[in-house]
Every structure is written in structure tokens, then in C-alpha cells.
Design a protein around this ligand. Sequence first.
Ligand code: ADP
Length: 853
Amino acid sequence: MQFKKIWQFRLILLCFIACNVCFNATSALNAQSSKIEKLKIELAETSTDTAQMKLIYRIAYSLRTSQPIEALEYAENGLEIANQHGGLKYLGAFNYVKGRIQKRLGRFDESFESFEKALVFYRKKGKDKKNLKRIADVLNAVGNLNISRGELGDAKIRFKESLNIAQNLKDSILIAVNYNDIGITHFNAGKYALASEFYLKAVAIRETIGHTQGLMLSYNNLGVLNKQFNKLNVAMDYYKKGLNLAIEKNDQFRIITSYNNIGSIYREKGKYDKALEYLYLGLDRAKLMEAKSNIAQFLFAIGVTYDEQNDSQNAIKYLSESLALYTEINEKVGQAKSCSKLGVAYVNQGDFETGITYLRRGKEYSLNSSYYFGLQDLLDNLSFAYASLGDYQNAYQYKREHQELNDSLVSAQAQQTVLELQQEYEDEVKTREKMQQIARLNAQKALKETQTKYLWISLGILIVSMLMLGFLLLRTQLMNTQLNSQNNIIEEKNESLKETNIQLNKAKELAEAAAKAKEDFLSTMSHEIRTPMNAVIGMTNILIDESPRKDQIANLKTLEFSANNLLNLINDILDFSKIEAGKIVIEKVEFDLKELVQNLISTLNVTTRKKGIDLKLLFESNNLKRTIIGDPTRITQIISNLVSNAIKFTEEGYVKLICQVREAKDGKVNIYFAVEDTGIGIPEDRQKAIFESFTQASSNTTRKFGGTGLGLAITKRLVELQGGEIKVDSTLGVGSTFYCNLDFELGKSLSEAQAEKELVPISRGGLSGVRVLIAEDNKINQIVAKKILAKWDVEIAIANDGLEAVQLIEKQDFDIILMDINMPNMDGCEATIAIRAMKDPKKAAIPIIALTA
Ligand code: ADP
């Protein structure tokens, strides 16, 4: 009876809407409240229990959306009367309406209990049509409660039960309700194609019968679905359609749901002010209604909006409030979402530890509520947070979990779709078989009767087949839509993986850039220090040469020693940083090894003679009279490092350099280099360490002998760059031998090389009168160069940069040019190109020597 009256009331209201073009929300509100007032007056005047219960039920049901608290009071009162006097029908009805109000108020556990009771009473009551309809209503309500609690499987079972009853009763409204709600379970499970199919089934029925209340829901759901596919404008249209209907109906809950949805679309579009405007409106209304679930929803949405605006502080404030409220009403999905977003907000704020705590809580809630899509984001965020903390093990673990979950979801979904399709196919085959059977029977009957009838039946079969063909085509299309939606999901996941890779690459690039900046700094600084150091050494040498007073000599010697030491250190650092940066390229030049080592030994001999030790050279060419192809500069550096060390650490006895050609064939030669000394030796346990940078054999080495511990590290790298390996044999107190083998390609015969050399014109006696142009921008370097060259009686001209050099050469003749590389206006390389391009062939061929500190 109650239902019938309510539907009658709705019908009247519908007619009213149709007749009044200017109908608006206020008048609806007035109509509704005056109707309730009337009911209340009627109630006051009634005395019988049944009449009272009838009225109370109508009041509670009418108030349930606009004033749920008051409605609940009426329902409880009604239940009290029913408990004392009423039959099963009212016991069921009051529990049902109570359950619905409790659900709206977010009191899920209580709501569940009320529905259970309602079902018990209704089932006891019997199986008449009206009662079956009531059972179907409760089943649907329980399904909706299941959805709120994240129990999608249970929800679907209830909806299908309810749908079955509704179909038997041919109750269009209830059929549409269940279609719609099954759509919601599909949507929540991420099966969008199925969701869309069920939503549209519901809309079709609702539009046909003009069911406003239901249409509001449908529009809302279609809005959500379109939003999911990023069709924001379509979604907004649906939401606004829904809002208009809700205002017309004065359905407060639908109004605030619409506010929430419209707000979320604005947020999606990046119009945050508009979004917040709608969300705060909704929040205020929800608070007025004391609807906790909705309040929590708005707090959450506002928090997310602030988070997207990078306002972490406000985001955290609102998300914490929403979490507290969701926890209070035990809404697991809400808790999962709030924790997840709260975690992200903390991560965005740089507080990774708190972020991780929330994300992990969120993970637990997600697992409890089967909120799998939320879980995916969450795992991703956890992985990111751990990676930001440098905890790559956990980061990797969560990334893997994320991937595994993704894979299982995609395959579970695929499996589910296959099962559903299979079921549909089987149903369809059965129908087809049945229809064919009927057709066959008809055909036989018709044959027996008349030929004409047979013709008609055949035609019928044809039509049926065409219909089936059409159905099959439709089904294929549906399958395609489903597959497409799956592909979309997979593509999205791929995108997110790609994004992660991009982020990792960016981090790698940053790290590389930092390393490069460090190397650049080191090499630039070393170079910049080298220039003035050279001036210090140059000037000291000049002072020593310019017959200083006796008492000054010792000081100048100390200055010279310290400056040389410092320069060596700088040279080593520069060399080392260049090697570490991989900037050293081993050259391939033809040279005479014997000549090189002989020159080297005669230079180093000056020091050994001073120390009173012998410097010996053992060169065994094994009759190989060829040049070799390699990098003479780096060979010189290796040998001089080793020999200098040997001299440094040897007080008596000798230092011997050994070069032996060991094997020569196929245009290649293997040469053994060794430096042997009778010095202090190296303890066995330090023989490996000394090749590391900044490492010496013992802690007092620097004090006694100076040095930095870089020489051997450089030597080792240089040997390795040429494909060899350096080793040491040493006995403490007896001496050391450093040795290595290097391969070289063979060059020309020595006699040919010698002949080529002799073609080089030899300068006229000494340097006296040679005209030298120095292109150098550094004033001190100019002075040093001038002073040194002046001693050899040469004619000197100075150019302050490349441009001046070119201009001077055009005006005057020079025999040689000493060219600095880095100069303002025109650098050494550009100047050299300009000189080489000069018209006068003599000028274009002037020898140019690069000059550097
Ligand atoms: P530095 O000589 O500047 O300290 P090196 O890298 O050239 O740096 O050498 C590292 C250490 O190896 C030296 O400090 C010294 O302790 C040890 N060492 C190197 N060559 C010899 C040698 N010929 N005899 C004894 N000790 C040596």
C-alpha cells in the first residue's frame, strides 16, 4: 500500500512538472514540505496503530533524503509500534527504511543489520507479488551497501537475485534499477564496456517510462563513466542534467553528489577555483544534513584538489579530516583512497617517511576492500617514495608488486570477459537451437497443411536468422569494445612504465651532469693555477740567473723547490682528472724509442749525479732497427715517473732503466720496460695499495720524501690505456723493480727515419738574431718568456692576442711564432688558420709552436 501511494504521489508530481514550464526548485521544496506537514497533522489526528504506522512510514520515507536524522527518528518510532502491535509487513518496512537512512548516514554496519531483519520479516510473510517486490527492493539495497563496502562479488549476486524477481514481476522500474546497479559493479571492477552496456539498458527503460528519480542516477553514472574515458565535456553534460533533475526533485543527496561530480570535472580541467567553489558548496550541504559519508567524500575531494594545486599543507589538512571520518564510519574504500592520497601529499612535501606510513596503511585498506585500481597507484607511489629515500630494495619490491598486480588484473579481467562472453554464447546457442526446433516443427506442420503456409514459415525462419545475424554482429562489436577498453588499460600501464623510465633516465643524466661539472671544475682550476705558477717558477729562475747576493741564494732555492713541487702536484691532479674523465687519447706517432730513452736518461742524470747514485740504461733492441708507432709523450711520462720515484727513494747504489724488445712479428713489437733500484723497498702488504690515488707506502713518506701518492696511480692508468699492466717486485731494504710490457706497431727502418730527419734545415748557429713573435695575453707570462728568450739573444716581439699577432706578421717578418691557445679577440687556433692562409707563401709557412703554462 505504502509503495503504491508513493508512486501515485510521484505520478502527480510528474504531471505537475510537465504542466509547469516555470516550475522551479523552490516550489518543489515547498510542495514537498507542505506534503510532509500535512502527513504530520494527519498523524497527530490518527489513533489506530495501523493508520499511524502507515503515516509514519510515509513521513520517514519522504524525509529520508532531505532530513535523514529526523527520518530516522520516525522510522525508530514506527518500529517500536510495529514491535508491539504490527505484523510482519510493517516490521519489514520499518527495518528497510531504517537501513536505507542508516546507509545514507554512513552507518553501514547498522544499515546491514536493519536490511537483514527486513529480509527475514518479508520472507516470513510469503510469496505474493507485493511481498516479492519488497524482497527485491531490500536485496537491491543490500547490493548497494555491498558496493559501498567494496564487496563487489556479493553486490552482483544480490542485484541478480533482485533482477530475477523484478523480471518475473515485469517491474520496469526495478529492472532498470538493477541494470544500473550491475553496471556500477562492473564499473568499480574496471570493466567499463560492460558498465556502459548496463547503464544504457537502464537509461533506455527510464527514459521510456519517464522515471526522473532513476534518470538522475543514470545520468550521474554515465557522467562518471565518460569522465573515466576523459570525455570531460560529455561527462559534464550528464552531471548537469542530473543536477537539474535533483534540484527539481529537491533531492538533497543527489544535489550534493552532483556538486561533487561537477567539482571533480572542473578539477580535471585544471579550473581549481571553480572546482573548490562546487566542493565547498557540497561540503556545507552535507554538513547540514549530517551525512558523514558525504562529508568525508567532500573533504577528500577538496584535499585532492589542493594537492593537485601543489598546496600540500591544505591537502594534508583536508585529507586527514576525510581519513578520520571514513575511519569513524568504517568505509574501507574511502580509507584506502584517503591514506593513498595523504601518503602522496606527504611525499610531495618531501616527508617520505610519513608518506610511506600512510601509503602502507592505504595498501592494507585496499586489500581489505578489493579496491584494486587504487592499490596499483598506491604501490607505484610507495616504490617512488622508497626510491626517493634511496631504499632501492623496497622501491624495486613495490615496483614488482605493482607490475604483478597489474598483470594479474589485466589477465583476471580478460578471463572474466572470456567467461562472460562464453556464457552469452552458450545462452545464445540454446536460444538458437530452441528456435530452430520450433521452426522445424512449424515447417513439418506446414508441409502437411498447405504449400503456402510452408512458404510463410520459411520466410519466418529467414527473418529469425537475419535477426540472429544482427545479434551476432552486435555481439562482435561488443567484444571489440571490451577488447579495446582492455587495450586502453594495457596502454595506460605501458605509459606509466615509460614515464618511470623517463624519470630514471633523467636522474641518471643529472648524476652524469654533476660528475662532469666536478671534472670540468677540477681541470679548469688546475689549468688556471698552472698559469701563475709558471710565472712564479719562471721569475725565480730569472732571479737565480741574475747573480743574486749569496744570502739570497738559499731562499731562492727554497722558493724554486716549493714552486716546482706545487707545479708537479697541479700537473698530477690535472692529469689524473683528465684520465678519470676518459679525456686522454693515446696518440699514434712514429718515434725512435732508443733516442727517447737516451734523452730522458741524460735529463734525469743531473739529479742522480747530485745524489751520488748511478743511473744506468740497458737498451736491448735485439737487432730491431725500426721506429715504433705509439704515444711518445705518455711513454716519457711513464718512464720519468718510475725513474723519478726510484731516484727519490734510493740513497745509494743505482737506478736502472731497462728497455727490451722481446718479440717482433707481423708488423708488431712487444717491449719490456723495467725500472730497477737499490732503494728502501716497499713492504709486501703495501705493494698493491701504492697504485691507488693519494696512497703512499707508509704514513711518514710525505714527511721524509714529499709527494702526493698520485704518480703511480697516473702511471698505472697510462699503462693500462696502452693495453699493458704494471707490476712491482720489491724487498724491503733491498730495492724495487717496477715493470710492464707494451705492444706497438712497427714503423719505418731507423735509417730511413734518420734520413728524413736530416732533411730538416738546421738553424744558423745558435739562436742569436732569430726573430720570435710571442702571442700571449698574460702579462706575467710575457715577461717570463721575454726574460728567458732574451738570454739567448733573440729578437722578440709581443702580440697581446691572436688578432694583434696576425696584424704584426702582415707588417714584419718572423722566423718563429710562440702562440698561446686561449686568448681574447682571436684565439691561437684561429690565428694559426689565418696565418696559414696568408698570400705570402713565406709568411704562411712560418713555424708556429703552441705555448701554454
Ligand atoms: P708519490 O711518490 O708522489 O708519493 P707515487 O704514486 O708515485 O706517489 O708513489 C706512491 C708511493 O709508493 C710512494 O709514496 C712510496 O711510498 C711508494 N713508492 C713508489 N716508488 C717507490 C720506489 N721506487 N721505492 C720505494 N717506494 C716507492
